[in-house]
Design a binder for this molecule. Structure first.
Ligand SMILES: O=C(O)CCC(=O)C(=O)O
Length: 267
């Protein structure tokens, strides 16, 4: 699908309108090859991914592996989550100041990577207590993302449905497949094929899924999620499967230096 190179100073009004219409936006060349190489090095050899990887099963029993964390820290992942090319553009898209929520690396490895069932991120985050769906995810491709290796699939404009009920389907939290079948003809299904360094910004109510990776090529990506700074996290007694309550920073996400990723990698 056609994508857009990042305008020098950030997203312009036409791209913001496109985001509000479609619920997502793919921007090419946000990160350079040396930055992507540094992030992949940290995926393969860094502590953060090694220590935070979990592997929920998909409907067929394949592991949908991801590493997930809730604090910014001081490493290369912190440099990515505070990079102005993400933070400032998320601020522009949400139209308000933002706080860091969490980061995660999707590890969809060759031949073994599991699927993600149809869901909205706010289907999960509503239950965690976020009062409004004023949250955005920014997914950066680290490997080429293609239909063959299980790229993200979205229903264009589906964020306008509002939050849809989620339940336990296919071993994951997701939307009832019967409802998805009925909803799908209302929207265009878009396969988000992306080059490394491209970023997909998407609304927390956008319906999305991704297939298994049956190909010989890895599909790894890193997703930074941000909450509007004034979006309350309600204390409603939510606990995750490990008994932990939900967390989100309560201060504005810092804006780091543009070359922070390379600096953190010692390049
Ligand atoms: O990137 C993927 O394959 C799935 C990620 C996803 O669905 C999510 O983070 O909500």
């Amino acid at each position: 699908m056609p994508t857009t190179p990042l305008p020098l100073r950030g997203l312009d009004d036409a791209l913001v309108q496109q985001y509000h219409r479609d619920g997502f936006l793919i921007i090419e060349n946000v990160f350079r090859p040396d930055e992507v190489a540094s992030l992949l090095e940290a995926v393969e050899h860094g502590d953060r991914v090694a220590k935070t990887t979990v592997a929920p099963k998909d409907a067929t029993g394949k592991a949908a592996k991801l590493a997930i964390w809730f604090e910014t820290g001081t490493d290369i992942w912190s440099a990515l989550s505070t990079n102005p090319r993400l933070v400032n553009n998320v601020r522009i898209l949400l139209g308000e100041e933002i706080a860091f929520f969490h980061g995660k690396v999707i590890l969809k490895e060759a031949r073994t990577g599991g699927a993600w069932e149809w869901h909205q991120d706010y289907g999960y985050w509503y239950d965690q207590g976020f009062a409004f769906p004023r949250l955005i995810s920014a997914s950066t491709a680290l490997d080429p993302a293609t239909r063959e290796n299980g790229c993200l699939e979205v229903l264009r404009g589906s964020h306008r449905l509002g939050r849809v009920t989620h339940g336990a389907f296919g071993g994951q939290t997701g939307i009832d497949p019967v409802r998805i079948k009925a909803l799908e003809p209302l929207f265009e299904r878009v396969y988000c094929e992306m080059k490394p360094g491209s970023v997909l910004f998407f609304h927390s109510n956008l319906l999305h899924c991704s297939g298994p990776n049956l190909s010989a090529k890895h599909r790894r990506s890193v997703i930074m999620c941000y909450n509007a700074l004034t979006n309350p996290l309600l204390q409603i007694g939510y606990k995750d499967s490990m008994g932990l309550t939900s967390r989100a920073e309560t201060h504005a996400c810092p804006v780091g230096p543009d070359d922070g990723i390379l600096r953190a990698a010692g390049r």
